[in-house]
Design a protein around this ligand. Structure first.
Ligand code: UD1
Length: 416
């Protein structure tokens, strides 16, 4: 599973450019199945989630390869609609094969998807949206068997703006006959970007980035060359890494309007932030102030940065409150942070964190992707040596994580 060994106490300083957003690239890979034309996704991060998605697509008959930093996909030779079980169980976005394969082949067989364990992650919104669009879906154990004979536009209203369910509905609706309206759609920048990519392939989608998306179905999509939006979670992670070590960072390739909620919290913590064009500058102080966070769908504070900002609260002056409203079980990192001397009390969906002067290095264990990144950041800030077990989780979402941190001055190595 691999581990990171970190000697804490070094201030991180320097500049970085962020990669294309993982959560944009993965649905775009699924979208590449909608055409026989070639799709090129620019500046694609070399992360294990992309490798797992590529494995699924190759098993379906697509040609997927890296060419420099670009991902080149040609699915003209698609010859299967059965998603391989082992790979499907590894990643959450395998569920997007339902919308993509129904759109392209009229049939799809997969199993319940894997991904980070953040409490129950049901599929009811996905299933009801695809069913409204004309799919017939059966379950056999955890196998999902979907087919369609009449793809038709529909009115879809989500009870919660689910990112994955909005993407699945879009992938299917773009080639359905007639008009689809998605109400209470997710507004994340990665959704807007997926719509931008689909439109560049010939789809006709309006309202992306708002809660009401309208899709005018088209018969056929063509290939495209597309540069996805920068990864706001990756950018946020390095900004917090600089803040937690009392350092300074210049990060480019990210639209600041996509992480305003984070920048506000960093300012509350007394970090100085400047924004010029697509560059964000952060200068931190030695010990910042406590702050409060409430996660929510975009543009609220992203749940994916909740664990990652927690180490900053652990060493801030005063008491911070962190509330999680998106997922039911996303505080596992706090158990590990307590082993490092943090003073955290968790009740239901909120954590109360009393800042301590310093964290102390310890042996800790990542339980998911963002938990792993959070523990590495805690280790960078801590006194002494920290070992973070299960580095494989972090590799799902960060390209060259320890190399980039080392470039900024961190003392971190990965061991198998
Ligand atoms: C995506 C992101 C993930 C991020 C999350 C929330 C990707 C690959 N993953 O995950 O990094 O943390 O958005 O921003 O883009 N829900 C249901 N029924 C459903 C679908 C969702 O009840 O059918 C609930 C979930 O349990 C959760 C909430 O809706 O409580 C949000 O989930 P959703 O937005 O769907 O997250 P994902 O698409 O899985």
């Amino acid at each position: 599973m691999g581990k990171y060994v970190i000697k804490g106490g070094r201030k991180l300083e320097g500049s970085l450019r962020c990669e294309s957003a993982k959560n944009a690239v993965l649905p775009m890979m699924a979208a590449a199945l909608l055409t026989e034309g070639e799709v090129i996704i620019r500046n694609c991060p070399a992360i294990s989630d992309v490798a797992d998605m590529a494995e699924i697509m190759r098993a379906l008959g697509a040609d997927v390869r890296f060419c420099g930093g670009d991902l080149v996909i040609n699915s003209a030779g698609l010859n299967s609609y059965t998603v391989p079980e082992r790979a499907a169980r590894k990643i959450r976005t395998s569920v997007l094969m339902l919308g993509a394969l129904l759109s392209r082949a009229g049939k799809a067989i997969t199993v319940c998807p894997g991904g980070c364990d953040l409490g129950g992650r049901p599929l009811d919104f996905h299933i009801s949206a695809l069913t409204a669009l004309g799919a017939e879906i059966d379950f056999a154990g955890d196998k999902i068997i979907a087919c369609t004979s009449k793809r038709r536009g529909a009115e879809i209203r989500f009870p919660f703006p689910s990112v994955g369910a909005t993407e699945n509905a879009l992938l299917y609706a773009v080639t359905a006959k007639g008009i689809t309206r998605i109400h209470n759609a997710a507004r994340e920048p990665e959704i807007t970007d997926l719509c931008g990519m689909l439109n560049s392939m010939g789809a006709c989608i309006g309202g992306a980035g708002s809660s009401d998306i309208t899709v005018y179905g088209v018969k056929r999509l063509k290939g495209t060359v597309y540069t996805p939006v920068g990864d706001r979670i990756e950018a946020g992670t390095y900004l917090i890494a600089a803040a937690v070590t009392g350092g300074k960072l210049e990060i480019s390739g990210i639209k600041s309007e996509n992480i305003l909620s984070l920048l506000g919290k960093l300012r509350d913590n007394t970090c100085k932030i400047e924004i010029k064009n697509d560059i964000i500058y952060l200068q931190s102080v030695n010990r910042g102030r406590a702050f409060s966070v409430r996660t929510g769908p975009f543009p609220d504070f992203p749940t994916d940065l909740q664990a990652i900002i927690t180490p900053l609260a652990c060493i801030a002056e005063g008491v911070s409150e962190i509330e999680e409203t998106v997922f039911g079980d996303r505080f596992r990192h706090t158990v590990e942070l307590v082993k490092m001397g943090a003073d955290i009390t968790v009740s239901e969906r909120a954590a109360r964190i009393k800042g301590v002067k310093a964290l102390i290095g310890a042996k800790v264990c990542a339980t998911d992707l963002r938990c792993g990144a959070a523990l590495v950041l805690a280790g960078l800030a801590a006194e002494g040596k920290t070992t973070v077990q299960n580095s494989c989780y972090v590799e799902r979402g960060y390209a060259g994580f320890e190399e980039k941190l080392r470039m900024l001055g961190a003392d971190i190595v990965k061991k198998e």
